[in-house]
Design a protein. Structure first.
Length: 133
């Protein structure tokens, strides 16, 4: 466990703290926990967050379903560093012509909660500075 789920959860919280409209959530938005799906609109862009990125969870099928249903401008998901989940993301990106930005969690011997929050802030900042939202 490298903090992937905790980081995407923190990223979701950042998006929700901004001026956004919730289109769909798989869990109670007030008490959002790991293994969630969240579809929001931010600045006229549809943003999808899919936090369940483990092998054997049909990630490719789930992301394709998100695209078919919501046509998001941005998709954030978790994955392992190799294998099935990487193939799923590559297949979806190729077939739907999405650009990919790969990143990983910050790893440290302590301050895991803070590190996950910082990583989420850095991802959000990057997306803003790239003009994606």
């Amino acid at each position: 466990n490298k903090g992937k789920s905790a980081t995407i959860l923190e990223l979701a919280k950042i998006f929700l703290s901004k001026s956004s409209t919730v289109i769909f959530t798989s869990k109670d938005i007030i008490n959002l926990t790991i293994d969630f799906r969240l579809i929001i609109e931010v600045n006229g862009k549809i943003v999808a967050l899919e936090s369940q990125g483990d092998p054997g969870t049909e990630l490719e099928k789930r992301i394709n379903n998100i695209i078919k249903t919501y046509n998001p401008d941005l998709i954030f998901t978790t994955s392992r560093t190799r294998g099935e989940t990487i193939w799923a993301i590559n297949n979806v990106a190729k077939s739907h012509k999405y650009d990919k930005i790969w990143t990983s969690t910050y790893e440290a011997n302590s301050s895991h909660v803070l590190m996950n929050k910082l990583k989420a802030e850095h991802i959000f900042d990057m997306v803003q500075k790239l003009g994606l939202i």
